[in-house]
Design a protein around this ligand. Structure first.
Ligand code: CA
Length: 242
């Protein structure tokens, strides 16, 4: 039963199934998600409104919330905001479900602290892959902003302000360095331009969100064939390849 093993977490000495709360008002989509997540070994609680989702999240303390943005009554962004500011649910990861063309909502959600998003229509495969990725990131020890990052062919040493690409040193500006280090510390995570600005800005210089685009162009050029590590997420921001 290798499949269900991934959906287990260890609490003390016993393994329990990971619990996913799905908040989605469209019954057939909710059932599709429930079916596929259960098949993968997750325990699934499905609710069809934001209000109920908040109550259940408080009571059940799920390991992950899958949250549709378009809900009757309280909308998904509001639910996201309350979950991310509430004691007990603050650290619960959230995957947003959005319809095409809701980029501004996706950006708002990410800036409110949502961890990832999926655009409708999506395949069950995407849902499962994102679920696993978000839960896995949670288990990985977060690296602090002074530790060396090794990912793919890159080795980034903030102590020495040095970047090695396949063993060869490349020269970056301070801003390029900070952006690369920030993105590479979180492979797979999508960040909005504003989040990138917020993460890299120092007292000595200002970076605007548009300037992030310019910095990324420069970075990719210096990374050469490895420039594709930095992926553009259309309408939303950037992500370091997982
Ligand atoms: Ca909906």
């Amino acid at each position: 039963m290798q499949q269900s093993a991934v959906a287990m977490k260890h609490v003390g000495r016993s393994a329990v199934r990971e619990k996913v709360l799905v908040i989605e008002d469209e019954a057939d989509i909710l059932e599709l998600m429930r079916y596929n997540l259960q098949k993968e070994g997750y325990e699934v609680i499905g609710v069809n409104s934001g209000e109920e989702g908040l109550r259940v999240a408080q009571r059940e303390r799920p390991d992950l919330v899958v949250l549709d943005l378009m809900l009757p009554g309280m909308d998904g962004l509001e639910v996201c905001q309350i979950l991310k500011s509430g004691a007990g649910t603050q650290k619960t990861p959230i995957i947003m479900i959005s319809a095409k063309g809701e980029e501004s909502d996706i950006i708002s959600g990410l800036e409110l602290g949502a961890d990832d998003y999926i655009t409708k229509p999506f395949s069950p495969k995407i849902l499962i892959a994102r679920t696993k990725a978000v839960l896995r990131r949670l288990e990985e020890a977060p690296t602090d902003d002074r530790s060396t990052v090794s990912v793919h062919e890159l080795n980034i040493d903030p102590g020495r302000f040095q970047v090695l690409l396949a063993g060869r040193e490349i020269q970056l500006t301070l801003t390029e360095f900070r952006i690369l280090h920030f993105l590479a510390r979180h492979p797979g995570w999508v960040f909005t331009r504003y989040q990138i600005v917020d993460a890299v800005k120092g007292e000595d210089y200002a970076v605007t969100d548009r300037a992030v685009d310019v910095q990324i162009v420069g970075l990719r050029k210096k990374l050469g064939e490895f420039g594709t590590y930095i992926e553009t997420v259309r309408g939303v921001g950037y992500r370091f390849k997982e």
